[in-house]
Write a protein that binds this ligand. Structure first.
Ligand SMILES: [Zn+2]
Ligand SMILES: [Zn+2]
Length: 151
């Protein structure tokens, strides 16, 4: 049965909701671009199909090329500057929301970590999770995501 997931920016002006079947598709990226853009040790990302993502409120966007290909357009709240979701031109149909923007961030538990060659040394990952040195092959990533959804 689908459940409704909600989240938004820190000040509450920009909000989103989506219907989700099964566990959230949460992964972490430890690349240096993600460290810069979050100002933190890694990006905590949740994949959402764009046709079910409903966004309400004002947003401003910023578009930057990604080293692994495509252009990432990120949507921010213009009042508190939280990044609420992003879209990559190479992955049509998918949006990314940040795990920390969920109203219940405990729902997010990563099924994989990527760019672990840039992972901070103090971060210890569970042995059972698949990890990638850099960006995984898209087909391999989707195979893992589908396997995770069917758990
Ligand atoms: Zn805000
Ligand atoms: Zn990254």
């Amino acid at each position: 049965m689908a459940s409704e997931i909600t989240g938004g920016c820190r000040c509450g002006q920009l909000r989103y909701r989506f219907e989700q079947d099964g566990p959230l598709l949460n992964y972490c990226c430890h690349c240096l671009d993600c460290q810069k853009s979050t100002g933190s040790a890694f990006a905590d990302q949740v994949v959402v199909m764009i046709d079910v993502l409903r966004v309400e409120g004002r947003s401003v966007t910023s578009s930057l090329p990604r080293p692994s290909g495509g252009l990432t357009t990120a949507h921010f709240c213009p009042d508190c500057f939280s990044r609420v979701h992003s879209i990559n031109s190479e992955r049509p149909g998918m949006a990314i929301v940040r795990g920390g923007s969920l109203d219940d961030p405990m729902l997010a538990e990563p099924f994989t970590h990527m760019w672990v060659k840039r992972k901070r040394r103090w971060i210890v990952l569970p042995d059972h999770l698949p990890v990638f040195e850099e960006t995984p092959d898209a087909a391999e990533f989707m195979r893992l995501a589908v396997a995770h959804r069917q758990r």
